[in-house]
Design a protein. Structure first.
Length: 153
């Protein structure tokens, strides 16, 4: 049985869910904004109540956001936030922490070595690899540009 191209395209249109673009953009904006607002509030709180300087407060804030993301992932709440907020929940550091912890939790039953140890960087591994590689390439290009006199020292 052969299906022609037009009937196949109609079939795909029927089964493909509608993508409410502006609704998704708004949800991502709100989710990311709430996460960043929480982070800024924590930084301000650490500076006000504990007298920390900006850099120290920011470091503790990152730890708090990562801990919160790990706990929410462990309680199976962060995936619900991601489902509602999309990229707004995946882009900040909380999303990165979620991408490291989620596979570790999922494959925990396979043991510490073959489960957690092997699968923990399944999602985050390529991000780390290509992040380091691209920063190295950009650094080398910048250095080369300085050596050639194309960029200021």
């Amino acid at each position: 049985m052969e299906i022609n191209k037009q009937s196949y395209n109609e079939y795909v249109k029927q089964i493909t869910p509608a993508n409410p673009l502006w609704k998704n953009i708004l949800r991502a904006f709100l989710t990311g904004g709430i996460i960043c607002t929480i982070g800024q509030a924590v930084t301000g709180w650490l500076q006000s109540f504990y007298g920390m300087d900006q850099q120290t407060a920011a470091s503790w804030n990152l730890l708090a956001l990562i801990l919160g993301s790990v706990l929410l992932t462990g309680l199976n709440l962060y995936p619900k936030i991601v489902k509602w907020g999309g990229a707004g929940a995946l882009v900040p550091i909380t999303g990165f922490a979620n991408s490291v912890v989620a596979p570790a939790i999922e494959y925990q039953a396979e043991g510490q070595v073959y489960g957690v140890g092997v699968k923990i960087f399944t999602i985050a591994g390529p991000v780390i690899l290509f992040g380091i590689l691209s920063s190295w390439l950009l650094g080398a290009a910048y250095w080369f540009g300085q050596m050639m006199g194309w960029l200021p020292v």
